[in-house]
Design a protein around this ligand. Sequence first.
Ligand SMILES: NC(=O)c1ccc[n+]([C@@H]2O[C@H](COP(=O)([O-])OP(=O)(O)OC[C@H]3O[C@@H](n4cnc5c(N)ncnc54)[C@H](O)[C@@H]3O)[C@@H](O)[C@H]2O)c1
Ligand SMILES: [Zn+2]
Length: 356
Amino acid sequence: MLTVTVNASKKYDILIGGGLLSRSGEIVRYLYRCKTAVVVTDDNVARFHLSKVTQSFESAGYQVLTYVIPHGEASKSREQYFALLDFLAENRVTRTDLLVALGGGVVGDLTGFAAATYLRGIKFIQMPTTVLAAVDSSVGGKTGIDIPAGKNLVGAFYQPILVICDTLTLSTLPDSVYDDGCAEIIKYGCIADAELFEWLKKPIRPQIDRVIERCVSIKRDIVNQDELDMGIRATLNFGHTIGHAIEKASNFTITHGQAVATGMVMIANAMFRLGKASEATYEAIRDMVEAYRLPVKTSFTEEELYDTMTTDKKRSGDRLRFIIVKEIGSCEYLDVRVEDGGDGITLRKVLKEALK
Ligand SMILES: NC(=O)c1ccc[n+]([C@@H]2O[C@H](COP(=O)([O-])OP(=O)(O)OC[C@H]3O[C@@H](n4cnc5c(N)ncnc54)[C@H](O)[C@@H]3O)[C@@H](O)[C@H]2O)c1
Ligand SMILES: [Zn+2]
């Protein structure tokens, strides 16, 4: 088992290893004793992994309640959020009890937000079961739901007391969902870890434990410095500025991982063409994305992307901030002007070059 410790507003461990779910009750009991543990999961994850958790918690002496939501982003909704709060209240779950989020980012974000707000906050544990949740959403304390005006517009920074990442759960993921999470792994290599990037040239599944450990260590280092996302945490958005535009323009039919993968290749291409980074860096990112069966190009036009991006929430004033990778393993900011005219690089110029 590998352990990474986060030192944000709360200190907590991330445990990574195969088979941890069957021991989860015993592990948690050592950290936090209470009467009731409420395990929230989705229907897909429940089918494969729920019984291991309930049995383990029951053997460890907890009363276990389970709450199963339908899988998919649509469950990160006001309706599901309030239904979960109602369930907790009807079952007289108290502030000293515990919520457990067993699943991907959807379950984690919804459960985390319910934990942040139910009775003004009750303790919760993340048990990520997708690659994306393991390397990204289960760590760092961002929780929330979607509203019709946009994704993740309502939420809270609220840290779990523990993250248990049982890497055996990843073996039941559909290949496309597994690959999707690999886009974030490639991102971590690009922005912070050239050695991790090298590891990714070999098959990922046999080394997934150490890969997850590296990714969450990078995220941990960033979150420790900037928990509330006011500065350096933005570097985790490499590939996301264009990626979000692709996701949005496709009405979310293109997945987050696919869109981010394309976004990373496109911004690397633009930086190479604008003389800000080498061709070798661009090619390395493109080849890696391709090797993980993720798309390197988009069919959206400059105009479509421009329109979507100018309503992006990351825009501050008349400038838009890109994260750029000059060499694999480090990154910097590049602020570009949204409007045309004057000197320097504009958003249109970036998009034009990115699409070449
Ligand atoms: N909080 C954060 O910091 C953060 C960061 C990145 C993304 N997110 C959020 O995460 C969400 C996406 O997360 P995701 O990609 O994990 O999606 P997801 O939770 O929808 O899971 C993807 C699919 O895989 C299924 N699944 C999950 N685990 C499985 C398993 N072990 N075996 C078989 N099937 C399994 C799910 O039922 C679902 O159909 C988005 O809502 C996004 O906004 C949050
Ligand atoms: Zn992402």
